[in-house]
Design a protein around this ligand. Structure first.
Ligand SMILES: Nc1ncnc2c1ncn2[C@@H]1O[C@H](COP(=O)(O)OP(=O)(O)OP(=O)(O)O)[C@@H](O)[C@H]1O
Length: 909
């Protein structure tokens, strides 16, 4: 039993030991567990801290990235926005409320809307290419019932906006539109309707597509062949003004398939149109794949296009309908008014007077369709020009433009101008100084205005040019020069400007059947033939077909005028087969340097050179440049009455000035009064004031050239005494014998002549007014009117009929003893009566002046059988000096000087 107890005790001990061990193990495990937990807590704390730091770092980095992205996006959008705005200036990019047409804009990119990446990022203009760049294909999301119409109008609004921007940014008339709209018959582009009347818009109905495509293909072909002509790849590459308008064809598809030929033409246009300025805008009409096609796809009011790539475009609203139609109306009006005239400034060089005229004179007269100047040359070939056009077609204006362009290029040392206008008016007067404008054109040597009937002045000009031609020919011969360029090279110090003589309405000069026409034609022919080598060039202008035809009758003459300029509707200036002048619009000219052959036509748009302000500013610039000592041009004004100049003393025989010679120089027409038989002067006709003015200028010039001469003035008819006023003013020391004192004077002088008195030391001039009022020797005195002549009083009251031969004696015997009569007889018949009646000879009348006496009446005094061809005209007289002239000359009596005075007799009566 003890063993059992001991065994139990041992067992109990073992159990206690085991329990102790177990407790110890548990305590260890507990401790280990606590340690592990503590470590876990440490690690977890570290992890949380790390996670928080990482989160913070990530957030910071994210914010930084966002900020950077936003900043860059804003900056890039700003740059892009500026770039886009620069690419589409003015009408190409302005929003509709601020939109205005401005033709100076560039063709190319056009705004359709905006691109907005983000709300905070500035918007950028969405631009697409068109003119000279691309065709446009516009597609839409597939039909979805109600949405279809809405999206079609969005597309049409987009097209309207593009067309308006393109029209507003290009010069009027430089863009033509074809609109194919089978669905709405043009209704979708209604705002553009005003353009139809101006030929800018062509609406094409359902059946017209084929024709339209064919026409456009034909345009492309023609432009390639004739305008690009292998020299340029595209129209845009061609320098200068655009020669062809852009053509934009708008195709608004209705879902119908194109026929095969239509598709083929459309494909051709896609491939070749852009280079020739022919563009397609196709809505719902697919275009072939080609780099020239820009595609725009619409989704509602948004769009995607090739240029913007993935960026969505928010489309602009369409332009307001009123704005579209107002702009189109204005454009149509501007086009109907015709092209704006070119400007005189377009013809002027950058620097004045830089050209040499040695070889030729070259200057533009206008600008061509491409904006390039149309130059014409006067030189060896062509040497002379013919200008034609009906009245008002712009001949004078063309002459101004040409002269302005020449005068700006060539200095007065290189170019001299002689200008003559045979029609009424003062077109060339502007080149001479006037009270309103002291400037003059320094190149002009002579300007003739209001020449009208004074064909003699035209003849004088031709004689002057002919003399210049002879002198140049002599100079050229001396240095063996064949033409002006050689003469100038041989004689560099000589003054050899090229001469241009312009004669407007030249046919007047060739219009008579008389000596003037005959001589003018001969001189013209000579100048035309030989002028080319001597640098003398003729420019003849005419509105009159008959004038040109008069030239045609002289083939030798007309062949020299190889430069022809025809204004609208000019006849016979160009070749028979050349009809260009019939079709050019106003303010244009056909310029042809090959005698009018059609192949040499050039069409010039002419500036309004007649505009006074434009002309004046040019003339003033040239005038300020004039060389020192330059003298103003001689202005011959056919309507002006010259005043009597102061006559210089002269050494030669005493001379009497009868008036102003019709000549290039404004000089007096003299007859000399030497001591020789017959040196008397008869003034014939009824114009008393002219007769008195002629006697006054004759007296003044005699007083200046015959110092010590004695003057006696006789007027047998007291009723005409008022006419002696100019003589009183001219001759303060003369004696005056009126009425019955006149025959006394004649009797005394005649008695003196017949007596044995010694020769007088100085001449004695007897100036007589209405000498036919004296009783005629051997006749019953003057009777009645003859041939419309105003009859003098039958007999001056109180004039005794004594000494009837006294005056005749003086006329016949006076001159060789220095007694000369300068008298006025009111008709040739009365002069004849004074000289002895019907069989009287006129030997005593060495010189005469005819006023309103007709040529036939002058036959007995004239070397030409039947008398000179003279039809009296106001303010002109015909004079003839038997000792110097071979034919009579036309003169202009000077204005009478001295006021009309009451008659006052100096002699008895
Ligand atoms: N290129 C132009 N631009 C603007 N106006 C012009 C132009 N050419 C002519 N004119 C105007 O037309 C009118 C007639 O012109 P111009 O006097 O030159 O014609 P013309 O042929 O000489 O006429 P006429 O023979 O009757 O004298 C003038 O008022 C002129 O100002």
């Amino acid at each position: 039993m003890s063993s059992r107890v001991s065994m139990l005790g041992a067992a109990r001990q073992d159990v206690a030991a085991a329990r102790g061990l177990a407790r110890a193990a548990q305590a260890g495990a507990e401790e280990a567990r606590a340690e592990t937990r503590r470590r876990y807590e440490v690690i977890r704390g570290a992890h949380d801290t790390c996670l928080a730091a990482l989160t913070e770092a990530r957030e910071t980095a994210r914010e930084e990235i966002f900020d950077r992205f936003h900043g860059e996006a804003v900056a890039r959008a700003g740059v892009l926005g500026r770039l886009a705005a620069a690419c589409a200036p003015g009408p190409a990019g302005a929003p509709w409320p601020a939109w205005r047409p401005a033709a100076g804009g560039r063709a190319g990119l056009l705004r359709i809307g905006t691109i907005a990446v983000d709300e905070d990022v500035p918007t950028v203009l969405a631009l697409i290419p068109l003119l000279d760049r691309a065709h446009l294909e516009i597609t839409r999301e597939p039909d979805d019932g109600d949405g279809r119409h809405h999206r079609a109008s969005t597309a049409d609004g987009l097209i309207a906006g593009l067309l308006l921007r393109a029209l507003g940014g290009t010069p009027a008339g430089d863009l033509r539109i074809w609109a194919y709209d089978p669905d709405r018959l043009g209704g979708s582009l209604a705002g553009f309707a005003p353009l139809a009347a101006a030929g800018v818009l062509t609406s094409v109905g359902p059946g017209g597509l084929t024709t339209m495509l064919d026409e456009l293909v034909e345009h492309v072909r023609r432009i390639n062949e004739t305008v690009l002509a292998g020299r340029y790849r595209t129209l845009a590459d061609r320098p200068g003004r655009r020669p062809e308008p852009w053509r934009v064809a708008v195709l608004l598809g209705d879902g119908a398939e194109l026929t095969a030929p239509q598709r083929a033409q459309l494909d051709r246009l896609v491939r070749t149109g852009v280079a020739a300025g022919v563009h397609l805008i196709a809505r719902d009409v697919p275009l072939a794949e080609h780099p020239d096609v820009e595609r725009v796809h619409l989704t509602g009011r948004a769009a995607h296009c090739d240029t913007a790539g993935v960026l969505p475009v928010r489309l602009d609203p369409p332009p307001p309908a009123e704005q579209t139609s107002a702009v189109c109306r204005e454009l149509a009006e501007a086009l109907s008014a015709g092209p704006p005239p070119a400007l005189l400034a377009d013809l002027l060089p950058a620097r004045l007077w830089q050209e040499s005229a040695a070889a030729a004179l070259t200057a533009p007269v206008g600008v061509g369709p491409d904006g390039e100047p149309i130059e014409v040359t006067l030189g060896d070939d062509p040497p002379h020009a013919l200008i034609g056009g009906p009245s008002g077609s712009g001949k004078t204006n063309l002459i101004y433009a040409w002269l302005g362009a020449l005068a700006a290029r060539y200095s007065p040392a290189e170019l001299a101008l002689y200008l003559l206008d045979f029609k009424e008016g003062v077109s060339f007067a502007r080149f001479a100084p006037s009270p309103r404008d002291p400037s003059w054109l320094p190149h002009v040597r002579l300007a003739g205005v209001n020449v009208n009937d004074d064909r003699e002045f035209g003849l004088a000009l031709l004689r002057h040019l002919s003399a210049e031609l002879q002198s140049r020919a002599r100079a050229a011969k001396r240095v063996e020069a064949g033409k002006l360029a050689e003469l100038r090279a041989e004689d560099p110090d000589g003054a050899w400007p090229r001469i241009v003589a312009v004669i407007d309405e030249f046919q007047v000069l060739l219009g008579g059947r008389d000596a003037v026409t005959a001589e003018a034609a001969t001189l013209l022919e000579d100048l035309a033939r030989r002028g080319r080598s001597q640098g003398i060039h003729l420019v003849l202008a005419s509105q009159d077909v008959s004038g040109i035809e008069a030239l045609w009758g002289r083939p030798g003459l007309v062949a020299q005028f190889t430069l022809r300029i025809a204004l609208p509707k000019a006849r016979r200036i160009l070749a028979e087969t050349n009809l260009a002048a019939d079709v050019i619009p106003r303010h244009h000219a056909v310029v042809n340097a090959d005698s009018g052959a059609p192949s040499a036509n050039r069409i010039a748009r002419l500036p309004d050179a007649g505009d006074r302000r434009a002309w004046r500013s040019l003339q003033e610039r040239l005038w300020r440049l004039r060389p020192p000592g330059a003298t103003p041009p001689r202005l011959f004004d056919g309507d002006a009455v010259p005043s009597c100049p102061d006559f210089p003393a002269s050494d030669g025989a005493p001379r009497a000035a009868l008036g102003e010679a019709i000549d290039v120089e404004a000089r007096p027409a003299y007859v000399t009064m030497p001591r020789a038989p017959g040196r008397n002067l008869a003034i014939l006709g009824t114009r008393g004031e002219d007769a008195a003015a002629i006697l006054a200028s004759a007296a003044r010039s005699l007083a200046a050239s015959a110092p010590g001469a004695r003057f006696s003035v006789a007027c047998p008819d007291p009723a005409l005494a008022s006419l002696i006023a100019p003589l009183r003013a001219a001759l303060p020391t003369a004696t005056f014998h009126l009425g019955s004192a006149a025959p006394d004077l004649f009797a005394a002088v005649a008695a003196d002549l017949l007596g044995t008195a010694p020769d007088r030391p100085a001449p004695h001039y007897l100036l007589g007014l209405a000498l036919d009022a004296s009783p005629a020797p051997g006749s019953a005195g003057p009777t009645g009117a003859r041939r419309g002549v105003i009859p003098p009083p039958a007999h001056a009251p109180g004039v005794p009929a004594r000494t009837p031969d006294a005056l005749r004696t003086i006329l016949e015997q006076g001159p060789e003893r220095q007694v000369h009569v300068l008298g006025w007889w009111r008709s040739v018949a009365r002069l004849r009566d004074g000289l002895g009646g019907i069989a009287a000879r006129f030997d005593a009348i060495g010189a005469w002046v005819a006023l309103d006496a007709h040529g036939a009446d002058l036959a007995p005094l004239s070397p030409a059988p039947g008398g000179p061809a003279w039809f009296p005209r106001p303010g002109r007289a015909l004079c003839f000096d038997r000792s110097t002239d071979h034919s009579p000359r036309v003169i202009i009596p000077y204005a009478p000087s001295g006021s009309a005075e009451p008659a006052a007799e100096t002699g008895g009566g």
